[in-house]
Design a binder for this molecule. Structure first.
Ligand SMILES: Cc1cc2nc3c(=O)[nH]c(=O)nc-3n(C[C@H](O)[C@H](O)[C@H](O)COP(=O)(O)OP(=O)(O)OC[C@H]3O[C@@H](n4cnc5c(N)ncnc54)[C@H](O)[C@@H]3O)c2cc1C
Length: 398
């Protein structure tokens, strides 16, 4: 059975790898010409995401993609005072893994390479524009005129999913949150940080981690009007950095030092809130990853959920002869967890924006909030996905 996966991001490439290992044909159609992305994007893969990669047989990917491990968080107020923290030193004992910070382009490239080595076909520059029902399958049509028919189509095409729009035109659209995430990495003269450092700055939230003299940083820039699609792709880097430095000019010395040093390209990504969908699938088409349940970047769980989705769907497609039944089992297994993390991410995102009086309240209550949230963190980090099946001939190889 041929499965077409639309989107070669984290969910799509991980799924392609898992399907090939289970002996199924997998074709990935990715709109971008390649995995090159110089926009300064990096992400934090949580322990559950690292464990899901291991279940898939992709446990070496974080290290191969140049990732480094971190555990725990320190929160500071705008004066630099530490107001709360999350201990991370027991993550390995509790969850079997620590979080990993990774450059997004390297993670995408590594996952795609592993999927291709396992026999998946990747079509780059293939932007899906149409889906037509055909006897026994679905025909996908791409912007450049190519087309392809498959028994099952997986929409792994992110928060602005074309698959979702084509199959469920009435589905709600993501709404802009008033925040543009910006960040990148830069050489700094600061000591390595064992934990991630978070600052509720005077005008914006800032976070960083230093590893081997390189600071990985991001800031949540408030912007009330929604940027146009693609508007931020070619921003004037100097002007943009000037604005970010001004935003944090009264924040603690470490924040200012990192922004002073920031010379590499800086990415800017508007943050969207994705309403909960009532359905993720029909008989032939299923959504996974951000296309189904985009969680706030504040949750630090989107990439991990994408890998978990891939592992679960690969198992369901192996166990069920009919795609619709596999999709239904997948949704049953995944929806409650994803919905819960979406709600969690929204709450965290809201806490990052605070007025002056709100800041005082937050400084006093954040520790309590984190203690109350410890159960949610354990629930997220401790989740384990059983390994999907591996075709016998591949058990000792890819
Ligand atoms: C600023 C920011 C910071 C984040 N930080 C973190 C973090 O630290 N930790 C974390 O866990 N999560 C983080 N996230 C969330 C995380 O990036 C997503 O949850 C994750 O990338 C979802 O993976 P995905 O494969 O579902 O979708 P995506 O990574 O969005 O991949 C979708 C792919 O589909 C392709 N595509 C789109 N449309 C089409 C089409 N029509 N035809 C063909 N291909 C198409 C795209 O080019 C893309 O390659 C962050 C998100 C943002 C915006």
């Amino acid at each position: 059975m041929r499965t077409l996966i639309v989107g070669g991001g984290i969910a799509g490439s991980a799924l392609a790898f898992a399907l090939r290992r289970a002996g199924r044909e997998a074709v990935v159609a990715e709109a971008r010409p390649s995995h090159q992305d110089t926009g300064g994007a990096f992400l934090n893969l949580a322990p559950n995401g690292v464990n899901a990669l291991r279940s898939l047989g992709l446990g070496e990917v974080p290290a191969a993609a140049g990732g480094f491990e971190v555990s725990g968080l320190d929160f500071h107020n705008a004066r630099g005072r530490r107001i709360a923290g999350l201990a991370g030193e027991h993550d390995v004992a509790r969850y079997g893994a620590r979080s990993v910070v990774l450059r997004r382009a390297r993670l995408h490239a590594e996952l795609a390479r592993r999927a291709q080595d396992a026999g998946a076909t990747f079509l780059f520059g293939a932007r899906l524009v149409g889906l037509r029902t055909r006897p026994g399958g679905v025909e996908a049509v791409f912007a450049d005129g190519r087309s392809l028919t498959a028994e099952a189509v997986i929409g792994a095409d992110g928060v602005w999913s074309t698959v979702r729009r084509l199959v469920w035109p009435q589905a709600p659209l993501p709404s802009y949150t008033g925040i543009v995430d910006c960040g990148g990495w830069t050489d700094v003269d600061l000591p390595d940080t064992a934990r991630q450092q978070m600052y509720f700055g005077r005008r914006a939230f800032f976070a960083y981690t230093v590893d081997s003299g390189v600071a990985y940083w991001f800031t949540n820039v408030p912007r009330s009007d929604e940027p146009g699609r693609g508007e931020l792709d070619d921003i004037d880097q100097d002007r943009w950095m000037e604005g970010i430095r001004r935003l944090h000019e009264r924040d603690p010395a470490e924040v200012r030092a990192i922004l002073r040093a920031a010379r590499h390209s800086v990415g800017a990504w508007p943050v969207y809130d994705m309403p909960t969908l009532t359905t993720w699938h029909d008989e032939r088409v299923c959504l996974i990853g951000d296309a189904a349940h985009a969680v706030s970047p504040s949750s630090g769980q989107g990439a991990s959920l994408a890998v978990e989705d891939a592992a679960v769907l690969a198992r369901r497609l192996h166990d069920e002869p009919h795609p619709g039944a596999a999709f239904s089992g997948f949704t049953e297994e995944r929806k409650a967890r994803a919905d819960k993390i979406v709600r969690f991410g929204r709450r965290i995102g809201d806490r990052k924006v605070a007025s002056a009086t709100g800041s005082l309240f937050r400084d006093l209550t954040l520790g309590m909030f984190l203690r109350m949230g410890a159960g949610a963190t354990a629930d997220q980090y401790g989740h384990r996905i059983p390994a999907p099946p591996v075709e016998r001939s591949r058990e000792d190889g890819s």
